[in-house]
Write a protein that binds this ligand. Structure first.
Ligand code: SAM
Length: 303
């Protein structure tokens, strides 16, 4: 797919990368402060022009990774050197630099040779990461990139518990990292790690500020949907009503229909505002089949 948009190097589940052109087309043209309470991987803010960015997510590891990458953008060479050292130390695949998968392994496991090759080193890196009293974000980033479906998944004891994936630290990853480093250097970004309600309560919205919300969806499955429920949804919609009264411009991404399930609360509420149907296909990671579903952008301003 040819595009001028940058994909976040976090390759976040459910990221908006493929829908960016449709979203950008509906966003206000002039933005002073861009406010994003559910930033996720960051594919949206990376591709929006604004004077300043107020970003937030409740996932502390995700925000930690963003902060680590932002810091690394000052010296990408050192970052890539550390990546290389870690991949070499744990004997993990790194096709962006060299192909180290033995031919016989490729032949024996035609479709899963990366997972087979990386399994041992991945487990060792994961154990070392989990036994470290300090969070080592470089290791966490590598675990994410080489992990199954690239999900930031921790158990209740705070231990990272994603199994190895059939993936590689490849050229796409390096391109996405370089783009992130390049783009972030020219942006004034502030990252927060709070519940969205607390985060929004502290924002002093002014003319030309724009709030974009991409919360977890009530009717789809996802690692980050765990803490989302009808009450959270209702609270968010109330907050958007309140901001609408204060003439703050906002847009909300969401899914109103999925596998026969409908989000009635949202559908009823959305009638007060503008609604745009996004053209998209959703590929389920669980069964790899394509399901069509109804995804929308609801917004409170004239286009
Ligand atoms: C649909 S994802 C956002 C994806 C993002 N648009 C992207 O392109 O990567 C929703 C995000 O909301 C975060 N989240 C869930 N509940 C939250 C809450 N109560 N406050 C703030 N963030 C929350 C999740 O950690 C997740 O990253």
């Amino acid at each position: 797919m040819k595009t001028n948009n940058f994909r976040s190097p976090l390759f976040y589940m459910g990221d908006k990368f493929k829908l960016l052109d449709q979203l950008k087309d509906k966003f206000p043209k002039k933005i002073n402060n861009f406010v994003e309470p559910f930033t996720g991987g960051g594919s949206v803010f990376l591709n929006i022009n604004a004077n300043k960015y107020f970003l937030n997510d409740r996932d502390k590891y995700l925000v930690g990774l963003h902060k680590h990458l932002i810091k690394s953008s000052k010296s990408p060479d050192i970052f890539f050197k550390k990546v290389k050292n870690t991949l070499e130390k744990y004997e993990l695949s790194r096709s962006y630099e060299e192909d180290i998968i033995p031919k016989n392994l490729r032949k024996k496991f035609i479709k899963t040779y990366y997972a087979q090759f990386n399994k041992q080193g991945y487990t060792k890196l994961k154990n070392d990461f989990n036994n470290n009293t300090k969070i080592d974000y470089l290791s966490l980033y590598i675990l994410l990139i080489l992990g199954f479906n690239r999900i930031l998944r921790f158990n209740s004891n705070g231990k990272f518990n994603l199994p190895v994936g059939n993936v590689d630290f490849n050229k796409n990853t390096v391109t996405a990292l370089n783009n992130y480093f390049k783009v972030i250097k020219n942006k004034k970004v502030k990252f927060y790690n709070q519940d969205y309600k607390k985060f929004l309560s502290k924002i002093n919205f002014r003319k030309y500020d724009f709030l974009y919300c991409d919360p977890p969806y009530l009717i789809t499955a996802g690692e980050y949907n765990k803490y989302w429920n009808e009450n959270e949804e209702i609270e968010l919609l109330k907050k958007l009503d309140e901001l609408n009264k204060r003439k703050v411009k906002w847009a909300l991404s969401n899914v109103i229909e999925y596998r026969g399930k409908k989000n009635k609360i949202l559908t009823d509420w959305s009638k007060k505002y503008e609604s745009f149907n996004i053209k998209s296909n959703y590929i389920s990671f669980n069964d790899n089949t394509i399901k069509t579903f109804k995804e929308v952008l609801i917004y409170n301003y004239e286009k």
